[in-house]
Design a protein around this ligand. Structure first.
Ligand code: AMP
Length: 113
């Protein structure tokens, strides 16, 4: 297994986990870009957003529920936060296990760089 996020799912390397279900894991980003920076991932290895389809689409609902849980738990649901998923090279994706950045705790800028 070479995927770093699969290793976090397998508890082979440490992470600060804030939410876990049968299908989803959420943990603090090791290099946070905001006061709150959580990564929400499916436990199943999927390379990017492009790999959701009719057979695994329920994972997207699971991800949304995880984001909701994390936002309420970390008290960023109000005033709000940002969710980002980077896709492939031009999207800035560095880890090829789909993940949703949940960023909060400050006002986000737009447009992103
Ligand atoms: P991306 O550029 O969208 O692929 O984002 C990858 C994110 O994973 C970056 O924000 C990294 O800081 C984060 N990251 C990489 N390795 C780890 C790790 N072991 N634990 C937590 N976050 C990580």
């Amino acid at each position: 297994m070479t995927c770093i996020f699969c290793k976090i799912v397998a508890k082979e390397i440490p992470a600060t986990i804030v939410y876990e279900s049968d299908t989803i894991l959420a943990f603090h980003d090791v290099n946070p870009k905001a006061p709150v920076h959580i990564l929400v991932i499916p436990k199943k290895h999927l390379p990017s957003l492009l790999d959701f389809n009719q057979t695994n689409a329920t994972l997207l609902i699971d991800i949304q529920q995880a984001i909701l849980n994390v936002a309420v738990t970390l008290k960023i649901d109000d005033p709000g936060f940002r969710v980002v998923t980077n896709v492939r090279d031009h999207g800035g994706q560095e880890v090829n296990h789909v993940h949703f950045h949940v960023l909060g705790g400050r006002k986000m800028l737009w447009p992103p760089g």
